[in-house]
Design a protein around this ligand. Structure first.
Ligand code: ADP
Ligand code: MG
Length: 224
């Protein structure tokens, strides 16, 4: 029956995720183990081994802290929050990083709706994830536009438009799969986590991309 099918599909997804986590955490652990042995044998290189070990531990921490969001849907705190305030705070958080990369972020709030029922910290996480991706897609700098529109009743749309490298067609359906990354130091978790958070808010995410850039559209229900 359908119910059983859905259940086993979910188990398969959980299995894939678990396999991915094991793989991604085991790699840095293996490196740490190796460098600890080297450290013991070659005392004069201790400092550089120490630095490698530290960055591998940081990587494990990053992966686990990103995954924490998935394991705690019950801990979500839904409250009334001001979307403009959230976006201004996110912009303030990421502006220095953007400026260092020659990127200007412009926020246009074109909606009258401001109040959302949401988990404010998790929504911030989503916008930060997408803006980081936008910055990482523009190594030569440029502009990111954040537009907030309310085209339909009861929904609000947040567009994040970058002028980056775009996502090639063959990658589009893999974006958001756990651990899919094209970056040397990427975790491939940001998109998946963001999708999960927006799903928990009854919203949806749309990707529009070509070689001139990418637009991420997040649609969320509004509260009245
Ligand atoms: P990560 O950023 O760690 O690679 P994400 O889940 O955030 O993981 O993104 C997965 C992949 O999707 C990225 O490695 C990149 O190839 C692609 N991607 C996401 N956002 C963009 C964007 N704005 N422009 C170009 N590529 C993107
Ligand atoms: Mg990312």
């Amino acid at each position: 029956t359908e119910e059983i099918l859905l259940h086993s599909e979910k188990l398969a997804v959980a299995g894939q995720l678990a396999a991915g986590i094991v793989h991604e955490v085991r790699n840095p652990l293996t490196a740490i183990k190796g460098f600890l042995q080297l450290m013991d044998a070659n005392k004069e290189y201790q400092h550089s081994y120490f630095q490698i070990i530290q960055s591998e531990i940081d990587r494990i921490e990053l992966i686990l802290s990103e995954l924490l969001v998935l394991s705690k849907p019950k801990d979500m705190e839904f409250n009334k929050a001001d979307l403009l305030e959230i976006l201004l705070q996110v912009k303030a958080l990421i502006d220095t990083h953007a400026t260092m990369n020659n990127i200007e972020i412009e926020l246009s709030y074109l909606s009258t709706i401001q109040t959302l029922i949401c988990d404010e910290n998790q929504l911030k996480q989503v916008f930060i994830n997408f803006l980081k991706n936008a910055i990482e897609a523009m190594p030569n700098g440029g502009k990111i536009n954040i537009n907030v529109l309310s085209e339909e009743r009861n929904t609000i749309k947040i567009q994040m438009i970058d002028q980056g490298c775009g996502i090639p067609k063959e990658h589009l359906e893999r974006v958001g799969q756990p651990f899919f990354t094209t970056k040397e130091n990427g975790t491939g978790l940001g998109f998946m986590i963001s999708m999960k958070i927006i799903e928990n808010h009854q919203g949806n995410i749309h990707i529009i991309s070509n070689e001139n850039g990418t637009t991420i559209e997040v649609t969320l229900p509004t509260s009245h």
